[in-house]
Design a binder for this molecule. Structure first.
Ligand SMILES: CCCCCCCCCCCCC/C=C/[C@@H](O)[C@H](CO)NC(=O)CCCCCCCCCCCCCCC
Ligand SMILES: Nc1ncnc2c1ncn2[C@@H]1O[C@H](COP(=O)(O)OP(=O)(O)OP(=O)(O)O)[C@@H](O)[C@H]1O
Ligand SMILES: [Ca+2]
Length: 502
């Protein structure tokens, strides 16, 4: 028998599979079993939680001489598994063979496919041949056939799959994505991310680790984590959706420079990051936003979003109420807009913490995955030294918002116009211009004349610097459960444990 640690509790929801086991000669010759006539056995495969939110597939084999009893156990456990209705049976998998360190295919074949097969999950696998292959394909496939779509790659690959799914839903419902106020149709088919990219920020921020086996196990047990999605428009043209970072200035410039260095792999971001840091460009513009009044949280909270987060639950209830009384919803258009004009080194809007291996607490450590808001971080012009102090705080325990040149707001929508496009009399909606009287007095406008930066939208550049953004609460769902608090300890306790059965 495999060694089982003392007090091992396994919730039935975390059993991966149960299989009849053929005992080999060596196993049969251990201890007292050698005296028995042909023992019968079955193996239970279960999720074992290790450090740092890492999950592994472990197994324990049970023996007995009574074949009927053994079969009864197998039957009972299989019935328990059948009752886990949120588990996927049929998945559509897209693999980007060129993402990150170009390991996507081998990661899937060696680490993920054997687990899916153990859990009796059928898959249709597409290895992408070009950018947008997965996205375009999602408009054609019979989507109702699947319980989920899995992407093997980085944040860019996730973005493709998400755009394909959301786009498909809107197309099927006759909704025009170019209308920034259109009541979009929610996407209920879950997305799984097997991390094989450069940053893997979405996976890290929703699971707590960037690890293919852990993510595969979250898919198998049928976890569900809703995510906020921002829609980005330029006038009445739809540009993109974003779930992690919308960054202008520093992160936009890093991305633009790094695109030319794709051959460097994940290292390109450090190279371009260093270069962009040295260039120290700042950009002048106007940002207008609607504060997120519906949520009780603040970006300066000490607690972060964790599994079962009550702030996200509250937003879920509000969303359900809104759906019941649709019609009242558009009052939000009249709600207060705040306007800030200034010179910025970085403007970052994040729908989630954006934690990643480079910065385990992320760009906004208290941001919530599913509260219907984004944290808008404004980093004003400051010295190189101060900006470096700000960046370094992303990697230690100090508060990165505790600087006079950094402001952070929790918002449900915002828009940005660069000074250059204002001067060129761009025809962006005029909410910002109407409120010029409220410009921040500490940082009056000056006449610096720098070219526009570009927006980094989840790792892709946007063509327009003037954008309008709206957060859609819990718009897509992932096979994840958020980051577990002290996951290792909590794993041991559950009412429905296999221990109770035994
Ligand atoms: C001194 C050390 C300071 C370290 C500061 C680390 C802050 C790292 C914060 C990472 C935030 C990632 C946000 C995620 C964005 C994703 O949607 C997107 C798609 O994958 N990724 C990127 O755009 C890719 C963005 C990658 C950004 C990498 C930034 C590297 C900055 C390096 C600055 C070096 C300054 C050194 C001066 C001596
Ligand atoms: N077969 C392919 N050939 C070229 N590009 C592809 C292919 N399949 C997908 N892509 C594109 O590659 C881009 C980057 O992929 P992915 O996110 O998997 O890896 P990455 O390089 O690590 O990026 P990230 O920094 O976003 O994590 C995606 O935007 C996707 O559209
Ligand atoms: Ca959010």
């Amino acid at each position: 028998m495999s060694p089982v640690p003392e007090n091992c509790f396994v919730p039935t929801s975390e059993i991966i599979a149960v299989e009849e086991t053929e005992l080999n000669k060596k196993q049969r010759n251990i201890g007292k079993w050698q005296k028995m006539a042909k023992p019968h056995a079955f193996t239970v495969y279960y999720v074992k939680k290790a450090r740092n939110h890492r999950w592994r597939c472990s197994d324990v084999t049970f023996w007995c001489v009574d074949e009927h009893l053994c079969n009864q156990w197998i039957q009972a456990l299989k019935e328990l598994l059948e009752m886990q209705k949120s588990r996927p049976k049929q998945l559509l998998v897209y693999i980007n063979p060129y993402g990150g360190k170009r390991q996507g295919k081998s990661i899937y074949e060696q680490k993920v496919a054997p687990l899916f097969s153990l859990a009796s999950i059928s898959t249709d696998v597409v290895i992408t041949e070009h950018a947008n292959h997965a996205k375009d394909n999602l408009f054609e496939v019979n989507i109702n056939k699947y319980d989920g779509v899995v992407c093997v790659g980085g944040d860019g690959m996730f973005s493709e799959v998400m755009h394909g799914l959301i786009g498909r839903m809107q197309k099927d419902s006759g909704i025009d994505q170019n209308n920034p106020k259109a009541p979009l149709v929610q996407c209920n088919i879950r997305i799984g991310i097997i991390p094989a990219g450069s940053t893997d920020c979405i996976c890290y921020s929703t699971v707590g680790i960037s690890d293919p086996v852990t993510s595969a196990l979250h898919i198998i047990v049928g976890d569900c984590q809703p995510l906020d999605v921002s829609s980005v428009h330029h006038n009445n043209t739809f540009l993109k959706y974003s779930v992690s970072l919308l960054g202008y200035g520093f992160y936009g410039d890093i991305l633009k420079d790094s695109e030319k260095k794709r051959w460097m792999g994940p290292m390109r971001y450090d190279y371009s990051g260093f270069k962009t840091f040295l260039s120290h460009h700042y950009y002048e513009g106007t940002i207008s936003f609607q504060p997120a009044k519906h949520t009780v949280g603040s970006p300066r909270d000490k607690d972060s979003c964790r599994t079962g987060c009550y702030i996200c639950k509250k937003s879920e209830q509000q969303l359900a109420e809104q759906h019941k009384e649709c019609g009242l919803k558009h009052e939000e258009d009249e709600e207060e807009w705040k306007v800030i004009k200034g010179k910025f080194l970085a403007i970052n809007a994040v729908n989630m913490s954006c934690a990643c291996p480079r910065s385990p607490k992320g760009l906004s450590p208290a941001a919530h995955l599913a509260d219907g808001s984004a944290d808008l971080i404004l980093v004003r012009k400051c010295s190189r030294f101060d900006f470096l102090r700000y960046l370094v705080r992303h990697t230690n325990q100090d508060d990165q918002f505790d600087f006079s040149f950094v402001d952070v707001y929790r918002v449900k929508s915002f828009q940005f116009t660069s000074k250059l496009s204002e001067d060129n009399e761009s025809n962006v909606t005029d909410i910002g211009k109407k409120r010029f009287g409220q410009f921040c007095r500490d940082h009056p406008a000056c006449c610096c004349n720098i070219a526009n930066s570009t927006w980094n939208c989840d790792g892709e550049t946007l063509d327009s610097s003037a954008i309008q953004v709206r957060v859609h609460c819990q718009f897509v769902k992932l096979f994840a459960r958020g980051i577990e608090e002290n996951s290792k300890d909590e794993a041991a306790y559950s009412q429905s444990s296999i221990e109770q059965l035994l």
